[in-house]
Each structure stands twice: as structure tokens, then as C-alpha cells.
Ligand binder design. Structure first.
Ligand SMILES: Nc1nc2c(c(=O)[nH]1)N=C([C@H](O)[C@@H](O)CO)CN2
Length: 117
């Protein structure tokens, strides 16, 4: 299956399990890959048949703006559900990185693959 991807998308959200994190917003970096047959869009040079990565970006920003999760796991799981339902892709891979969460590491986070039920 073909893929449509967005790499290194940065969003601000309320995220964290510790008390000091509940009153601030932090950056998460997202790498998203969707399974998507690009041939119909390419055949007609037609955005309406493409998985519009600008629309995906807007959806992710709105989601992150409203989210208040403690764990990156919850953020990833709920965002994956929301994206699959909204855009109708059959499958996605999502990596959520929380930069700076662990000063001893370059980055920490989670990586998931989910399919549309
Ligand atoms: N597996 C996880 N471990 C931790 C998380 C998390 O979301 N998933 N979160 C924290 C804290 O919020 C930390 O990021 C603060 O720097 C600790 N461990």
C-alpha cells in the first residue's frame, strides 16, 4: 500500500503525569504515516481524492489544543483513533516524541500502529 506521511510535526499541548506539568504546555513531536492508495488522486491530479496532509495538520492541532492527558500513550492512542475515524485511512503509524522529558536521553516517547476497525 502507498503511504502519505508527515514528519516532525510539532504541537503544543497539556501533557504530563507530574503536578508541575499540569499548569504548563509542552511540545510533542509527531511522525505520522498513513496507508493510502495515491493512484486516484494522481490519475486526476485531484486533491479531493488525496489524503490532504494540510487537513491532517489542522486536525492534529485542534486535537492537541484541547487534549489534557497525563501519558503520551493516551495522547497517541486517542489521536490515532480520531485520525482513522476522520480521514478513513485503513492504517496508520504514529510516533509521539516528548523532547526534553528525560535530560539523559535525546528523546522519549511511544510508537504505535493501528488499523481502522
Ligand atoms: N511511559 C511513560 N512514562 C512516563 C510518562 C509517559 O507519558 N509515559 N510521563 C512521564 C512524565 O510526565 C515525564 O515526561 C515528565 O518529564 C514520566 N514517565
Amino acid at each position: 500500500m502507498d503511504k502519505v506521511f508527515i514528519e516532525g510535526l510539532e504541537v503544543d499541548t497539556l501533557i504530563g503525569a507530574y503536578d508541575w506539568e499540569r499548569g504548563i504546555r509542552q511540545c510533542l513531536r509527531l511522525d505520522l504515516t498513513f496507508a493510502w492508495d495515491i493512484r486516484p488522486a494522481a490519475a486526476g491530479d485531484d486533491l479531493s481524492k488525496a489524503l490532504d496532509y494540510a487537513a491532517v495538520h489542522a486536525h492534529v492541532q485542534q486535537f492537541a489544543g484541547a487534549a489534557q492527558f497525563e501519558l503520551v500513550e493516551t495522547f497517541a492512542e486517542r489521536l490515532a483513533e480520531s485520525l482513522l475515524a476522520q480521514f478513513g485511512a485503513p492504517w496508520l503509524h504514529l510516533k509521539v516524541t516528548k523532547p526534553g522529558a528525560n535530560p539523559a536521553a535525546r528523546a522519549v516517547g511511544v510508537e504505535i500502529e493501528r488499523s481502522r476497525p
